[in-house]
Design a protein around this ligand. Structure first.
Ligand code: AHR
Length: 674
């Protein structure tokens, strides 16, 4: 399955547009008789010396530590309209009228009231009552979607709603697709009979393409119709699922070949307050009855407020588990530890009141893994997945700090270990890469005995280049590292997803890979951003309501994810390469290939004599060279020009165990060698 994905993506790379502006001089010469000088043992810490010709040696005589299947993954959070308005394919904002101001997202005309008597859904009791009393020509409402509704000409859309005729009188609704010019060329009549709540559905084929369309509902005859949970999905969702995901965005995740899928955040886990923290139990069961919540990113930045940002929870924990399964990634849910965001309200649950939070963690494991006869296993089965989701990891607390965190975490760890000793627990080292909180929390994590420690770093590109050796001397006996949120922030470009940031991440990640015995997971963050509704940048994937852009950073993640290998191969880099070349290598036991990764951050081409040491015969026959390069460090991919920086592939000819490589300036290179 995963190998098929690799072959598919490789084929796609092969047919990507021609080289983007860079002429490579191909100097792939056999360089026999290389001096062999291995200097490192554990994970291939590169060495430098006063050798004029740079050389890179791989010791293929023995395999290093295994690389975890979870090594490169995806961090998901509903930030930047990442869930509602993003991955979750629902096109209607505030479909249940449950925002505190129940008509946000809607423009009503004629007589439209919000009511709660005899509701359709007990946990989402608000609905609209539309009356056409004959005095007005029309009555109804428009929905604006998430900064518009994206519709494509000729594509089908699934409309549904819960309705009743108040007076038990036959009524007719017109459901219409309206373009940004106000034209409504698509109208479909739906008849309503009976005064009990009922679900109506219709399939609409869009006659136009527009990122900023609207859905309109018009009551055509006299009388009153109550409506709730008004929904519009593209028929073509990821895997054709109802209540599904936007296909292009889910496909982009799949193409990363992620080994782990972390959800639902991020700060959203903690909430602006304890009351608005993420509570997974509110996100499962029938979508119509999942109570919505504010989004923690609504008012975070004073200069960028999003009063209409809420969580419908249509994309909830069941859907996250399902997506993890589809992606072939280990699910990694993160739960509240009983502290609200310490940057915001900083509320603390007293230790003697923590049990409901601990129960949430235990119940979640039962929801994911429990038999269908268990309380939560049955809910999973009722949702259509009797088989367990095989949850192996759980995180407690996001970016917490101070003694309040370990005190609480310890209680979770005891309870989870007692009931589920095989589930691995992730603790946090706070919000930054070093400093007071970090220095306090790491020893605490060791004392408590969590399995992995989540580290976060949003730093300048220079930090990433300089920290390619961050993990070389990490304690091998303690918990493993989960680089759970990281991204290179180029403040000189207001944090663009430019090539410099991608290159610095690629260089840094050689260090993750060389230290894969201690780094077990790494996820770039944040993942998604809607171009018209983002709070935080940079982000891996950008989109509007119809198209998306994979950033250079995306391609770096993809090249690591697709070329993760199964074992570390020690590498030795010699010569004056410090701050210029960065390298790592792995063995892929499934494809029987050596995979070498090299970053050249300099503006000049670098000659690198490459030798594979420790092989009995001249057995390397060639392979593939995949590379990402740009002579403009500030270049980026944008909507309308999404392929300025994309990987390119060419064959690698090799006849023997040595090779003279010419590493292009400002490039990230992956060599797969048979
Ligand atoms: O990734 C964006 C935010 O950065 C996350 O929600 C939070 O954990 C971190 O501060």
């Amino acid at each position: 399955m995963k190998n098929m994905r690799k072959i598919k993506v490789l084929l796609i790379l092969l047919i990507l547009p021609v080289l983007n502006g860079r002429a490579f001089t191909e100097k792939e010469l056999v360089a026999d008789g290389q001096e062999k000088n291995r200097t490192q043992e554990r994970s291939g810490v590169p060495s430098t010396g006063d050798v004029d010709v740079a050389s890179l040696e791989i010791d293929a005589s023995r395999l290093g530590a295994p690389i975890q299947s979870t090594m490169y993954g995806v961090f998901f959070e509903d930030i930047n309209f990442g869930a509602d308005g993003g991955l979750y394919a629902e096109l209607i904002k505030n479909r249940s009228f449950e925002f505190p101001q129940p008509l946000v997202g809607w423009v009503s005309f004629g007589q439209v009231e919000v009511k709660t008597d005899r509701p359709c859904f007990d946990r989402n009791p608000h609905y609209v009552s539309i009356t056409n009393d004959g005095r007005l020509l029309r009555a109804g409402l428009d929905n604006e979607g998430f900064r518009g509704i994206g519709l494509k000409e000729g594509r089908e859309y699934c409309f549904s709603a819960y309705v009743r005729s108040r007076d038990d009188k036959p009524m007719t609704l017109s459901v219409e697709l309206v373009n940004r010019g106000g034209e409504n060329p698509l109208k479909k009549d739906i008849k309503i009979r009976g005064n009990e709540w009922q679900k109506i559905t219709a399939r609409l084929t869009s006659p136009f393409t527009d990122t900023h369309s609207r859905l309109r509902i018009v009551l055509k005859n006299r009388g009153t119709v109550d409506m709730d949970h008004i929904s519009l999905f593209p028929a073509d969702t990821w895997k054709g699922r109802e209540n599904g995901l936007r296909k292009d965005l889910a496909q982009a995740l799949y193409d990363l070949n992620p080994g782990v899928f972390r959800f639902p955040g991020g700060c959203i886990v903690e909430g602006n307050s304890l009351a608005t923290r993420y509570q997974w139990k509110n996100t499962v069961g029938p979508v119509e009855n999942r109570p919505s919540n504010e989004n923690r990113w609504n008012y975070t930045f004073k200069h960028k407020a999003f009063p209409d940002y809420f969580q419908s929870y249509g994309l909830g924990f069941f859907e996250y588990f399902l997506l993890s399964e589809d992606l072939g990634a280990e699910p990694l849910p993160i739960l509240s530890c009983g502290l609200s965001c310490q940057y915001e309200s900083n509320e603390v649950v007293l230790l003697d009141s923590l049990q409901p939070y601990i129960d949430d963690a235990l119940d979640l494991i039962e929801f994911a893994n429990g038999p269908v006869t268990s309380v939560w296993g049955k809910i999973r089965a009722d949702m259509g997945h009797p088989e367990p989701f095989h949850l192996k990891f759980i995180g407690i607390g996001n970016e917490q700090w101070g003694s309040v965190y370990p005190e609480r975490l310890e209680m979770f760890v005891k309870a989870i270990r007692a009931r589920y000793p095989d589930v691995k627990i992730v603790g946090s080292s706070g919000p930054s890469a070093d400093g007071e909180h970090f220095d306090y929390l790491w020893p605490e994590m060791k004392r408590i005995g969590v399995d992995l420690v989540d580290e976060h770093y949003y730093m300048e590109p220079e930090w990433f280049f300089a920290n390619a050796h961050r993990y070389d001397n990490y304690d091998r006996k303690g918990p493993k590292v989960f680089a759970g949120e990281y991204a290179s922030h180029d403040h000189t470009t207001k944090k663009d997803n430019n090539f410099l940031t991608a290159l610095s991440e690629a260089a840094f990640m050689t260090g993750l890979e060389r230290n894969a015995d201690v780094v077990h997971m790494a996820t770039y963050a944040p993942l998604f951003a809607h171009v018209d509704a983002w709070q935080w940048n940079p982000d891996l994937i950008w989109y509007d309501n119809l198209q998306m852009v994979r950033t250079p950073n995306y391609y770096v993640q993809q090249l690591y994810g697709m070329n993760a290998g199964t074992h570390i191969l020690p590498v030795t880099l010699k010569g004056k390469t410090e701050g210029v070349l960065y390298a790592s290598a792995v063995w892929d036991d499934k494809t029987k290939e050596i995979i070498l990764k090299v970053v050249n951050r300099s503006e000049t081409s670098q000659s690198l004599s490459f030798a594979v040491d420790g092989l009995k015969k001249r057995v390397l026959s060639g392979g593939t060279h995949i590379y990402l390069a740009s002579d403009d460090l500030k270049a980026k991919n944008v909507l309308g020009e999404p392929e300025r920086i994309v990987p390119h592939v060419r064959p690698l000819n090799m006849d023997g165990n040595h090779l003279q490589l010419e590493i292009a300036p400002q490039s990230f290179n992956v060599y797969r060698i048979r």
